[in-house]
Design a protein around this ligand. Structure first.
Ligand SMILES: [Zn+2]
Length: 378
C-alpha cells in the first residue's frame, strides 16, 4: 500500500488568487453598471452570477484546498460574491425605476385633449318620429302629401269652413305674411298669405289635385303666435290624415286611429272619441289614446299613481271627425256620393309622451345632449 500522495493536494489555485477574485468581482460590477436596461442586466447577471460564471467556478475549486487555505479562499470568494449580488440588486432597482418612469410618460393619456372622433350625424328625433308615424299609414296604402308653409289664407281658412270672423284668424294666433291682394278676399285668387296654422290646407290641395278616392297623410311644420315655453312653441309639427271615398264612416276613422296607436305604442292600445267642434269636420271629436304607461290602471287607484296621464288613464292626442260636406263642396267633391274622415295631431306632444320629455324647449334648442340618446338613426 502506498501512502497518500500529498503532492496532489494543491496549496494554491490560480483562480482563487486574491487578484483574480478581485478582477472577477470588478468585471461583474462593471458589467452591471454598463447594463442600459433590464434585458442587458439579465444577461450580465447570467454571465457573472450564474452556475458557469468565473466566481461560481472559482468557488468549486475551494474544496480541493487544504483547510487553512480553504477558509481564506472561501472568505475572499464569499465577500466578492456578496458584493456582486449587492451591486446587482442596486442596479436592478435603478433600472426598474427608470422603466416605470418611462412607461408612465409613454403610456399617459391627456384627458384634457379635445375629443377627436367626430360622431356621425343623425336627423332630429322629431323628423324620424314624424316619418315613423307617416310610415304606419303608408303601409296601409296612404300617400304622403305636402304643401307650402307660407299658405294662401283661402286654403288655410276659407276652404276649411273657417268663417271670416273665426277667432283662429285673429292676430294672436296667426302669423300674417301678406294682406289680401285686391279682388274677392273670399276667393283663392285674392287671398292673403299666412304661415299655415295647421296642416289641414294640404287636405284641400290634395282633394283639388288628385283623383278620388283620396288617401293621404300630410306631415309638416306649422306656425302659431305662441311664446316658447315648456308646453308651447311657435313652430311645431303636425301630421294630418285624410281619407275621402264612397261609404266611409266614423267606424273607419275609429279603426284607423286604433291601428295607429297600436303600431306606435303596442298591441293592447286603443283610442276613445269625445264630442267636439271643428269647422272642417262634422261630426267632430277629440281623440284620446289609452295611457301607454299605466293602461288605465292608475284610475281611482291611489296606490299606483301615473305621472304620464295624471292618473286619468287617457292622453289627449288631437282632433278628428268626418270631413264637413262644406269642405267637400269647396274642393269640388260631391258630398252626396263621397264621404271622408280626417284627423291631425302634434308630433312634439306625442314625442313628449312617448319619451317622457318634460320641456318642449329641449326639442327646439338643438343641443346634442338631448338628441344623442335617440341614437344615430338617419
Ligand atoms: Zn297613465
Amino acid at each position: 500500500m502506498s501512502a497518500p500522495n500529498k503532492s496532489y493536494d494543491p496549496v494554491e489555485v490560480e483562480a482563487l488568487k486574491p487578484e483574480e477574485i478581485e478582477r472577477m468581482r470588478d468585471e461583474a460590477l462593471a458589467a452591471f453598471a454598463a447594463a442600459a436596461d433590464l434585458q442587458q442586466l439579465q444577461e450580465a447577471k447570467t454571465a457573472h452570477t450564474g452556475g458557469t460564471s468565473p466566481l461560481a467556478l472559482a468557488n468549486r475549486e475551494i474544496g480541493a484546498l487544504p483547510p487553512q487555505a480553504k477558509a481564506e479562499a472561501g472568505k475572499r470568494v464569499g465577500q466578492a460574491r456578496g458584493a456582486v449580488n449587492k451591486a446587482l440588486a442596486v442596479r436592478q432597482s435603478e433600472l426598474e425605476a427608470e422603466r416605470d418612469a418611462r412607461v408612465l410618460v409613454e403610456e399617459s393619456v391627456d384627458v384634457t385633449l379635445p375629443y377627436d372622433r367626430t360622431p356621425p350625424g343623425a336627423r332630429h328625433p322629431l323628423t324620424t318620429f314624424m316619418e315613423r308615424v307617416a310610415d304606419v299609414f303608408v303601409a296601409m296604402g296612404y300617400e304622403i302629401a305636402e304643401g307650402p308653409e307660407a299658405e294662401a289664407e283661402w286654403f288655410n281658412f276659407d276652404a276649411l269652413n273657417f268663417t271670416p270672423d273665426h277667432p283662429a284668424r285673429q292676430m294672436q294666433d296667426t302669423f300674417f305674411v301678406q294682406g289680401p291682394q285686391g279682388g274677392d278676399a273670399a276667393d283663392e285668387s285674392g287671398s292673403g298669405i299666412v304661415l299655415r296654422t295647421h296642416t289641414s290646407p294640404v287636405q284641400v290641395r290634395a282633394l283639388l289635385a288628385r283623383e278620388l278616392p283620396v288617401y293621404v297623410v300630410c306631415p309638416g311644420r306649422v306656425y302659431r303666435t305662441d311664446e316658447l315655453d315648456a308646453t308651447h312653441t311657435p313652430v311645431f309639427h303636425q301630421i294630418e290624415l285624410l281619407a275621402v271615398d264612397e261609404g266611409l264612416t266614423m267606424s273607419d276613422l275609429k279603426g284607423t286611429l286604433d291601428h295607429m296607436v297600436q303600431s306606435l305604442f303596442g298591441p293592447d292600445m286603443k283610442t276613445r272619441l269625445r264630442p267636439n267642434y271643428f269647422p272642417f269636420t262634422e261630426p267632430s271629436a277629440e281623440m284620446d289614446m289609452l295611457c301607454y304607461v299605466c293602461k288605465g290602471a292608475s284610475v281611482g287607484n291611489p296606490d299606483r299613481p301615473c305621472r304620464t296621464c295624471s292618473s286619468e288613464g287617457w292622453i289627449e292626442l288631437g282632433g278628428c271627425g268626418m270631413v264637413n260636406p262644406r269642405v267637400l263642396i269647396a274642393c269640388g267633391v260631391d258630398p252626396e256620393k263621397y264621404s271622408g274622415f280626417a284627423f291631425g295631431f302634434g308630433i312634439e306632444r306625442m314625442l313628449m309622451f312617448r319619451h317622457n320629455i318634460e320641456d318642449m324647449r329641449d326639442m327646439v334648442e338643438a343641443d346634442v345632449r338631448f338628441t344623442r340618446p335617440f341614437g344615430m338613426e338617419i
